[in-house]
Design a protein. Structure first.
Length: 275
């Protein structure tokens, strides 16, 4: 009987130990699970933070890119500098000669050998080829046109000279020839390869002599481009549209044309292109 109680007690102690071990294991398992859950939560939070930061950065980059987008090229350049950058092999009139120092907007296009540059008076600096210029009327224009032969280019100049009219002393040993027709009076003369003509409106009682003398005086100090063969200057006493006054000259197969509403401005534009 005594042995029976001893064995029973031993079994009870062993059972109690096993029970304690199981509780310890359960506690360890729960602690590990809690730690794992906490780690997962922290890791997830960092990942979300990186994603948010990346999304924000992407939005800022897109906004910045959109803000610098431009349809006019480099806005940091003046219109004349953009024109030269687009046509680096060409020469152009000095914008300061076009309209008495007023701000000038510029647009240009080239098609089938004809480069056409329009000049506009603007109130503020305007980008090259700005769309706002499309609704305005030019004050001046410049053409560079290439032909298939030198002879065709010479004919395009349309040189006009008639030495059979009344002689007029224009100063500096230059003689002009005055004639009339179709309600206008003209004075024509030559200087080198250039033929020059001043037209006056008889109905408005205009006199071509003062402008002819002013032109001769100006060209004594200023030098025009040298035509290879022929050049023609056609001026009007009264102001008109941008096509009223023309300076046209030929260089091999190329013809250059300057037009301006003001006669002296047309001359100054041409002089600014002399090499």
């Amino acid at each position: 009987m005594k042995k029976y109680f001893i064995i029973l007690g031993a079994l009870f102690v062993l059972s109690a130990c096993n029970s304690g071990n199981n509780d310890s294991k359960d506690s360890t398992t729960k602690s590990t699970a809690a730690a794992t859950e906490k780690t997962s939560t922290v890791s997830s939070g960092k990942s979300d933070s990186r994603t948010d930061s990346s999304d924000t950065s992407g939005t800022k980059t897109t906004t910045s890119s959109s803000g610098t987008d431009s349809t006019h090229g480099n806005h940091g350049m003046a219109a004349i500098d953009e024109l030269k950058a687009n046509y680096p092999n060409d020469s152009f009139p000095d914008p300061s000669t076009i309209s008495g120092g007023k701000k000038i907007g510029i647009s240009a296009s080239e098609e089938q050998g004809l480069l056409k540059v329009n000049y506009y008076v603007v109130n503020e600096e305007t980008p090259f080829n700005d769309q706002s210029l499309n609704t305005q009327t030019p004050i001046a224009q410049f053409h560079r046109r290439t032909f298939d032969s030198k002879e065709t280019a010479q004919n395009e100049v349309g040189q006009t000279y008639d030495p059979n009219g009344q002689q007029v002393d224009l100063g500096h040993t230059i003689t002009g020839y005055r004639s009339a027709g179709a309600g206008s009076s003209f004075i024509m003369w030559k200087e080198g390869n250039w033929s020059l003509a001043v037209q006056a409106n008889n109905l408005e009682q205009e006199d071509p002599v003062p402008l002819a003398k002013q032109t001769v005086e100006y060209l004594e100090e200023a030098f025009l481009p040298v035509p290879q063969d022929v050049g023609q200057i056609s001026l009007r006493v009264a102001k008109g549209d941008y096509q009223a006054n023309r300076v046209v000259w030929q260089d091999n197969q190329t013809v250059y044309t300057i037009m301006n509403a003001d006669s002296m401005s047309a001359l100054k534009m041409a002089v600014s292109m002399a090499k």
